[in-house]
Design a protein around this ligand. Structure first.
Ligand code: NDP
Length: 283
């Protein structure tokens, strides 16, 4: 039976370290969160961020813009925040209305204020193994893997999902640990090859957003399973992996929603601390 990789205790430990370091800064860090339009899930995420920020001594400012906001207006808002010395971090909440292209927007957030690690410069630094600011979910997965006794060197690691914020940066971070990486995506499934790849994984990370995509009996005995997926099924929140059967076969597994989720906001705050230090030439 697998050991559970639970996010909260790891998050609490990292938050204690962040809190100590924040007390040593010249001033209290300020995080500006921009929300365009109204969205219940974005609001829930904002409230979670606000609470952690408050606990850590971070000032959290919410800027709300109307649903009809033009892309150029959002870019102007970001540019103003980039040059405002009282602001240390900028986050643009998802989802955005259809007239706004998130990939375009990510280029305008100053790399030293980009607390989500989505600016192309920060993404590019991952390739060189020199990133100070990492995409939050990918960083959360790496922290959870640190909690296991697995040495990634030479291991078969399978990442399912190749999004810009999770799968792609994660594959590069794992490559830096000398794991052998296979990245699966929609075409892997369509070619009927997903099961074979998953069965070969010493470490499996799944970030797709499809309940029960990964069958429990595909999990290799003793594998480490990190399930990033969040899916609502009736009243329940579940991941992308069939949990009960996978738990019987794995050595470690993340429960959903208590695994990766609680760490993501903590990674955002750690990025804010790093961003603030970069701005103060202290990193
Ligand atoms: P995206 O929708 O951006 O990416 C999903 C990925 O899964 C894509 O690469 C897609 O490939 C791939 N995919 C879709 N269908 C299949 C399939 N049948 N077989 C294999 N691959 C498939 O999602 P995100 O990366 O943003 O998020 C993924 C999941 O993680 C979601 O459930 C999200 O809610 C959750 N999440 C959880 C977080 C946490 O803190 N726990 C934080 C962020 C996300 P293609 O594009 O080629 O179709």
């Amino acid at each position: 039976m697998a050991r559970l990789l639970v996010g909260k205790p790891v998050a609490q430990k990292i938050q204690e370290e962040i809190k100590k370091e924040i007390k040593m800064l010249l001033s209290r860090p300020v995080l500006v969160s921009i929300m365009v339009g109204d969205n219940a899930s974005a609001l829930a995420y904002i409230n979670a961020q606000k609470k952690v920020a408050q606990d850590l001594g971070i000032e959290y400012q919410l800027h709300k813009l109307g649903t009809e906001t033009k892309e150029t207006t959002l870019i102007e808002t970001i540019k103003k925040l980039n040059t405002d010395h009282s602001v240390n971090g900028i986050i643009v909440q998802m989802p955005l209305p259809v007239q706004i292209d998130y990939k375009k927007i990510s280029q305008f957030i100053h790399p030293q204020k980009d607390v989500e690690g989505i600016n192309p410069l920060n993404m590019g630094k991952i390739v060189f193994g020199q990133a100070e600011i990492l995409p939050c979910t990918a960083a959360a997965v790496m922290e959870l893997l640190n909690q296991t006794d697995i040495d990634l060197y030479g291991k078969e690691v399978v990442v399912v999902g190749h999004s810009e914020i999770v799968g792609k940066p994660l594959a590069l971070l794992l490559l830096d640990k000398f794991a052998t990486i296979t990245v699966c995506h929609i075409a892997t499934s369509e070619a009927g090859r997903l099961e074979d790849h998953v069965k070969s994984a010493d470490v499996l990370v799944v970030a797709v957003g499809k309940a029960n995509l990964i069958k429990g009996d595909w999990i290799k005995e003793g594998a480490v399973v990190i399930d990033v997926g969040i899916n609502r099924v009736g009243e329940k929140i579940v991941g992308d992996v069939e949990f009960e059967e996978a738990e019987r076969r794995a050595s470690y597994i993340t429960p959903v929603p208590a695994g990766v989720g609680p760490l993501t906001v903590t990674m955002l705050m750690r990025n804010l601390l790093r961003a603030t230090k970069l701005q103060q030439n202290d990193l």
